[in-house]
Structures are given as C-alpha cells and as structure tokens.
Design a protein around this ligand. Structure first.
Ligand SMILES: [Zn+2]
Length: 647
C-alpha cells in the first residue's frame, strides 16, 4: 500500500499540522532502526529461523580416489582422479563446476593479474598450471568429455542430466602440474640441507560447492579468499622416491610397506605416550636404515572419511616425532610433527607435537571432539595454513610464535573443517571464530606460559578509528590487504569476546556457541544461520550488535555526563555518543571508597541516545565510571568517567 500526496496533505490538515515542514524536526526520534532485524533473517525449508538446517536442508557429497606421483627431479605432480559426486539437491544438474587452483600459478591468471605490482603475501609462481587429460564424466552409462576451463574453474558437462535427490556421477581425469615454489603462502617447496620439503595443498581438482543460497560458488581463486568445499570420503595414494617420508591428512593405510619395523614400533609407543617420542631422530635423517628399501619408489596410501579436503607433505629431510592426544570419552588421536634439522630445538619445532596435542585436547574438551585420527604439523615455507588434521607452519617459527601459529592452524579444524562455512566470502566465520577460541586455548596452555591480550579490546581502537577501516563483512579479495587482519581476525574475535564477557555472559554464550558448532558440524552455515542460532539459543535479540559490530564501521562511545544528589539517591546521566548501542556497566565510587556496580541493559537506548538512571543510596557518590574493567572498545575514553579526573 502506498499513500498519495493528496492523502498526506489532507491528513496534515485534519491533524492540525501546518505545511511548515520544520514541524517534522520536532517529531520524537526513536532508535528502532538500530534494533530492527538484519534484513535477511527469515527461515526457509532449507534453513530455519532459529538457525538450524531445515527439514529440506541438502548438501552434495564428493568422494575422491586419487593416485598421484611426485617427481622430485622435475618438481611435478601427476595424478589420476576419480570423483564420485552425489547430487542431493532438488534440481537436476546438466554440469558441475570444479576448482583448478593450480591454474592460479600462471602468467595470465586472474590471481596473478590482480596481485599488486609491489607484491603481497599471496604472491605465487607463474610457470605452473594444470594439464588435464582423459576427462570423462559418467552418469549411468552415458559418458561425456565436454568441459570448459576458465581460469581456476572447470565446468564439466554430463551427457544426460544428473538426477536430483541422490543422483550419482563419476568424473575421472588425469592431471599434471609443476609444483610451485611460492604457492601463495598456502603450499610450496622449500630447500633445506637434507632435501626439499614439498607442502602439497590445493593439489587435485576439487568440486565447487553447489548450495541453496547462491547455487554454484564459483568465485575465482585470487589471493586472500580461501576455500569452500564439499564433504566426502578420500582414498589417496602418493608415490614418491623411496627415501621420502610422506605425512598426509587422514590415516596411513600401509605402514607395513612404507615404514621400518623400528618406526612402526615407535609409532605404537607414541600412541601410548603423553610426552613426545621420535619416529625418526635427527641422526637418522637420510640414513639407509630409516627406509624399508634402498631404491626406486614407494607408494603411501591414506584414507580420510567425512572431510572437505586432504593435504600431504613429502621430504627426505624430515625429523618425525609424535605423542598421544587424549580426547573426550576415552578416545585417542596422534599428534605428530615433521621438520628439518634446521628447525629442531626446544625453543623451536621440538615442541611442535606438544603444542599440537595441547591445542587439539583443549578444543575437543571445550567445543567439540576432534573427529580425525591424526593431527600433523609440517615445517614448510608457508607462514601458517590449515588443512584437515594437518597444518603447514613456518619452518622458522619458534617459541611463542610457534605456539601461536600451531594453536591457530589446528584451531581451524573446528572452523572451517568441522563447521564448513564459506571462507572465500565470510572469513570472519573461520578466522574470526578461530582467533576467538585461540584466546582461551592460549590462556589454558601450560598454566599460561604464553599470554593472550585479546580481551583487552581497546588495543584495536587505532584500527576502529582509522578512516580507512573496513567492515567485517567485506570479502577478503576486496578488502585492503592491510585491513584483512582486522576484518577477518581481530574485529570478529573481539566481537565474540564482547558478546561472551560483556553482553550476554559466558553461560548463555557458551551454550549457544557450542550448539552452533554441533548443529552445523560437517555442514554449510551462512552468516544468517550463525546470527539466528546464537540469538535463539541465548534467547536474545542481538540485531543491534550484529549490525553495529559485524556489518558496519561504526564505533562505541558511551559517555557518563553527570550525577546529582536527589531525595533518596542520585540521578546518573549517561549518553550514547557512538554509532550503535551497548549495555552500560557502571562503577559508582562513594566517599568511603566502597564501590557498587550498576548494570543498565541495552534497551535504555531504544527511545533515544540519553538516559537517566536513579541510583538509590544513602551514601555520597564521588565518581561514576563506565566500563571499569575496560572490556568495551569504547573509542573515546575521555568521557568514561564523571567527574573527569583532573590532569
Ligand atoms: Zn587462520
């Protein structure tokens, strides 16, 4: 319905309002827009209004069989891939899209062409790229080899449509590429004294996600934007020169063929040990006795179930150690590390297995049990990158920085490996949530050996007040590279700290956050699913906070303006000079130096930006301070205390 101008004029006259439009300025301003819903919160059959997968939620499945061979003379990987793709969507599919991330490493790739001239973290070699051959897509008995490659994507067509609600297709192909030395800080090759370390990721063609929100997720692989992948079961074999050691995501299936009897025995001992046990000692690296054969090649066979990806690493330079991980309900896993002699030492990688074990144990106990058999840390020429059950961390990291990167990369097993969000669009749902849980893991590690200051939220005020700041909802390939650390990591993590420690309290927050993880484990939540889920379990409408903190660049500025004695107490005047509301925690100090806490709910700001609170007391107030614990990143601390302390 729409009101015409004549109707409006008539109404004004009837209501005695003159045509002096200045009258409009006198209407009472309320703050409903600050509290109103984010615009896309409605539930559907696929995703419910309370933030769960709906009765008709669907997700496609991708099972991979891969046989690959690494050539350490030519630095190439060749492979044969069989993808079994299950279409659980309600639509028939004429084609599917796959990602060919190795095509990023070409002169004319979109990623190369959009990397600034001066370079950045996401530099990559430009002499690589996939050669795809013998492609065949089978639906039933009908085969097709029709495909189109466009940058880092490949469209594979079916001879007849793939049936909805469970139709299966089998796609086979051979692939080959030169392994980049610089792999955008996510994979690569590193030369050390005893050989080359191959950190292999984005190493096979991977199917893109088809979902109920955007359909095919085909954003190209450019740089900062990470991944969004389907879950499935993997069975992969990697053939390497006999003197290489291979570690891979999942479970090694043929230890008898690729490990010596001594190494297998040490593995068994490590599985019973809470302290780190060598599988290959520094002295044994490169020695003939450390390999079951003395020439040719060996094939290492791995399997991993219900995972969105697998990575592996191969080298003849690896020291290898391991220790048991204790999981809830008496379950066990194995923490492992591989690193070159250059990285060894108690100040460095010799503690990697201890760090990995501690991180996995903490997150399993606190949030959701680690679902995989192994957690393996690999020293590589990658600053820090996560894969299911495996991380690549810098071979140069040591001390606190090695703890920090190890804890962070293994924390990614919860976001996005277990909770499978879309990293390319919403890095705050993995980097941000992970940075948040890293805070508590770091506080817990070894009685606080390394501290965490994430709860000192005003540390990010410089960013929050920088005119070039961008919002959390800015896509990673769009955001200014120097802002990414804030938009994807620190600002969302600080937001969750605020929510947990200041806004709704640990009990309600933890219930909601753990419920979100459990509900969306091995599924694909969207931002609205997260917002809806937290609000429904915590029982709190938080639109004002999501809009203010996650979907805006505005800031918090609460002011204590005045207090004055009245009959029976004091009137305390506060105002919101910031861009969005916040609950107000005040500390009142009396002449006898005793203090009292006053908690005002966020709803004081619903009708306007100033509020007066009646404090009942018979004591004499000397000072009123907002946020005495400094939990809120209020960007103007000059008005937090009344009276302003004289300098
Ligand atoms: Zn990360």
């Amino acid at each position: 319905m729409k009101y015409g101008m004549n109707v409006l004029l008539t109404l004004f006259i009837v209501m005695g309002i003159t045509q002096d439009m200045s009258a409009q300025k006198d209407t009472t301003k309320d703050n409903q827009s600050l509290f109103d819903d984010l615009m896309y919160r409605q539930g559907s059959a696929y995703r419910t209004a309370d933030g769960k997968p709906g009765p008709e939620y669907w997700q496609n499945k991708a099972d991979y069989k891969i046989k690959a061979e690494l050539n350490d003379q030519e630095n190439t990987l060749t492979g044969k891939l069989t993808l079994t793709y299950t279409n659980n969507s309600p639509e028939k599919l004429d084609f599917i899209w796959l990602y060919l991330e190795q095509n990023r490493f070409m002169e004319n790739s979109r990623g190369t062409l959009t990397t600034p001239v001066q370079g950045n973290r996401y530099n990559g070699d430009v002499d690589g790229g996939y050669t795809i051959s013998n492609l065949e897509a089978k639906v039933g008995r009908k085969e097709s080899d029709k495909h189109i490659i466009s940058d880092t994507r490949m469209q594979v067509f079916f001879a007849e449509p793939l049936e909805a609600n469970g139709g299966e297709a089998e796609i086979t192909m051979d692939f080959e590429y030169k392994i980049p030395e610089e792999g955008m800080d996510r994979m690569g090759r590193l030369k050390v004294n005893d050989g080359t370390i191959y950190a292999m990721a984005q190493w096979y063609p991977r199917v893109a996600v088809f979902d109920d929100v955007v359909g095919w997720n085909t954003e190209p692989y450019l740089g900062a934007g990470e991944f969004y992948l389907e879950y499935g079961d993997f069975d992969y074999e990697v053939t390497v020169p006999y003197d290489h050691i291979v570690v891979g995501s999942g479970v090694l299936e043929n230890a008898r063929e690729v490990l010596t009897a001594t190494q297998r025995e040490r593995m068994e001992n490590a599985a019973k040990s809470d302290s780190t046990v060598f599988i290959i000692t520094p002295e044994e690296v490169g020695q003939a006795a450390s390999r079951p054969t003395s020439s040719g090649k060996l094939t290492w066979h791995f399997k991993m179930k219900n995972t969105r990806d697998v990575a592996f690493a191969s080298s003849k330079a690896f020291i290898w150690d391991a220790a048991r991980i204790n999981l809830p309900d008496g379950k066990k896993a194995l923490s492992q590390s591989v690193y070159p002699k250059e990285s060894a030492g108690d100040e460095a990688w010799s503690r990697s297995t201890e760090y990995t074990k501690a991180a996995i144990e903490f997150y399993s106990k606190t949030y959701y049990p680690f679902p995989y058999a192994n957690a393996i840390n690999v020293a590589a020429n990658v600053n820090g990158m996560e894969y299911p059950g495996m991380s690549f961390c810098s071979w140069k990291s040591n001390g606190e920085s090695l703890w920090g990167v190890t804890d962070h990369e293994f924390g990614h097993n919860w976001f996005p490996m277990i909770v499978g969000s879309n990293e390319r669009r919403y890095p705050w749902m993995d980097e941000g949530f992970n940075t948040f849980i890293n805070h508590y893991s770091t506080l817990a590690f070894n009685n606080g050996e390394f501290g965490s200051t994430l709860n000192e939220t005003r540390r990010i005020n410089n960013y929050l007040t920088n005119p070039e700041r961008e919002g959390i909802n800015t896509y990673p390939d769009i955001v200014n590279t120097r802002n990414l650390g804030y938009t994807a990591y620190y600002k969302p993590a600080t937001g969750l700290i605020l929510l947990r420690e200041y806004i709704i309290g640990p009990e309600r927050f933890d219930n909601a956050f753990k419920s979100y993880i459990k509900t969306w484990a091995f599924k694909h939540p969207q931002p609205s699913d997260f917002f809806n889920h937290i609000e429904n379990v915590a029982g709190e409408n938080l639109s004002w906070f999501w809009k203010g903190w996650f979907y805006g660049t505005g800031n918090i500025d609460i002011s204590v303006d005045d207090f004055k004695a009245v009959q029976g107490g004091y009137l305390i005047a506060v105002s919101n000079k910031g861009d969005f509301p916040m609950p107000v925690k005040l500390q009142v100090t009396y002449t006898d130096e005793s203090t009292e806490e006053v908690d005002l709910p966020v709803e004081i700001w619903e009708r306007g930006d100033s509020w007066t609170h009646l404090l009942r007391t018979d004591k004499t107030v000397t000072k009123v301070e907002f946020d005495p614990k400094k939990q809120v990143p209020d960007v103007n601390s000059g008005n937090d205390v009344f009276p302003n302390s004289p300098y």
